[in-house]
Design a protein around this ligand. Sequence first.
Ligand code: ADP
Ligand code: MG
Length: 309
Amino acid sequence: MLVVIALGGNAILQRGEPLEAENQKRNIETAAKAIAKVAREHTVVLTHGNGPQVGLLALQNEAYPDVSNYPLDVLGAETQGMIGYEFEKALRNELPDAHIAGLFTQTVVDTQDPAFSSPDKFVGPIYSQEQATELARTKGYFMKADGEFFRRVVPSPMPKSIVELNSIKQLVDNGTMVICTGGGGVPVARDESGKWQGVEAVVDKDRASTVLAIDLKADALLVLTDVEGVAINWGKPDQKTIKTATPEQMEEHGFAAGSMGPKVEAANAFVRSGGKIGGIGSLAQALEIVNGQAGTVIRADHNGEVDYH
Ligand code: ADP
Ligand code: MG
């Protein structure tokens, strides 16, 4: 099977964990072991988030006032190099005989997307409420609650297509494991004269991975994160994790915008476009999710009621 694995930024850098290079490297090495298990049995295309990392680069930029801040699209491109590099190395150590290539990737967006007037994509570290208020005042950041903490939010327009799709296809057809669409791909759009321009936004990697998985005609899209699956009544005493459901059954519930919502939408959209398996769950159980033994698996051909774990 062709399996597109979309890995959360939080699996690379856990919530609240210091943004140290060493922490990222260690988490990526752990992630690579789980991804390698899938890659030994299936063809894998790996995408990854960049929320914490792009936020870190933005802060590092501001620490050097002699040079004005680099735009978000450039920072997004930097994170693809930073994260893709660690993944390529770690995967090569797990799969010494595999062909593996990290590919810089851009995602086409519409500059008229309504997201530009309501930013909702979390980037960077967590802050207390006081810190958040201060950042909003001094830097003009939009800040939003993420659980009990606060984080910066930026616009997250819908991805239309992947600029490098044909190159990715060719590599996949030649048996190469491709690492691409990092951070949802760097958002770009054509200007009035038809020239490509970067766009100041962060595309949701779950949405971009859906476009990629559909356009590659993948069999499975795995959205991997730091929870075992999609729960109903999330955060409440009667919380329970969905095992198998159809896209229609998933839509009977609402899921949090900016975190679980886009993952469910991604898996649903993929399955509705003919994909066999839309899986959501924990990184450590990647192969088990493909085999229907763990996580939340969305399938068009699921019969009967929703199954729970
Ligand atoms: P990632 O970086 O992996 O994309 P996100 O923070 O965007 O991570 O999304 C995963 C998070 O979604 C979980 O860690 C959990 O806190 C949150 N979440 C919100 N609603 C739910 C839900 N219904 N079921 C499970 N997790 C949920
Ligand atoms: Mg996310």
